[in-house]
Design a protein around this ligand. Sequence first.
Ligand code: C2E
Ligand code: MG
Ligand code: MG
Ligand code: MG
Length: 277
Amino acid sequence: AAKNKGKGQYLFCSSEMKEMVMKKANLAQNLYQAIEKDELILYYQPQVEIISQEIIGFEALVRWNHPELGIVSPGIFIPIAEQTGLINSIGEWVMMTACAQNKAWQDQGFKPVQMAVNLSLEQFRSENVENIVKKCLHKTGLEPQYLELEITEGIAMKESQYVIECLHNLKKMGVAISIDDFGTEFSSLSRLKVLPVDRLKIDMQFIRGIGINTRDESIIAVMIHLAKRLGLKVIAEGVETGAQKNFLKNENCDEIQGYYYYKPMSSEAIEAEIFNA
Ligand code: C2E
Ligand code: MG
Ligand code: MG
Ligand code: MG
């Protein structure tokens, strides 16, 4: 809109932009100390097998409990962490905390399930992901089959031999790998042939179209079919309604992660409302 109002508006706009950049710089400055100050927290969202209705895993989702702003969502601060390189220390903290939590639940006698952790491309670029995974598993005593790494299509499709090698090494260690937000980025299907992937996560943008847009429904059906034919598990993200769940069940989708069953919850809430319910 500023463009239509003539030259003067650009000045106004640029000072607003300056303010935004300053805010971002401030946030980055605070984020730098967030780990030391114990301001990061993990929430865990249960994943449910449709047929049995049982919880078969959790996804660890990070939040930042900012002293002034309150809870900041990862959609805001993960991009800043990626731009500033802080994602490496945050990512390691997330993995360590998630593995420790999963092991603690197993030690308390709850049925062992997988814990999924999100990885950023930056972590492949600048750190040795394999070493960090090894360190987290070794330190917490979690067995590798109970850890799943979520990578986006962007990472999976990267023309980098290094990324592929890294994923194969992780797979050899016994860790599971899933493709997050499947269907939202450019992906070459032939890549699925060479990648050591265990599970596809259908992005919630398609789930939104169930009952509304037959194209979304067709795409979901094909993605589920593709996963099955490749011998992969398939989970639908962002399922909020019974109608969405029923559609997915009819299409033979294995698993669901969404508000229909559970929102992301603190570990205390998981223990109180699920394990000890
Ligand atoms: P994602 O990995 O695709 O995670 C799923 C997001 O969908 C989560 O948002 C979750 O709270 C939300 N969600 C789940 N079910 C529903 C539903 O039924 N309805 C709606 N409307 N939303 C639902 P969240 O926690 O805000 O995380 C956003 C993104 O931030 C994640 O998307 C992931 O890309 C990134 N992220 C979160 N934690 C980490 C982390 O530890 N490391 C990295 N690298 N990225 C992370
Ligand atoms: Mg994810
Ligand atoms: Mg996703
Ligand atoms: Mg995402």
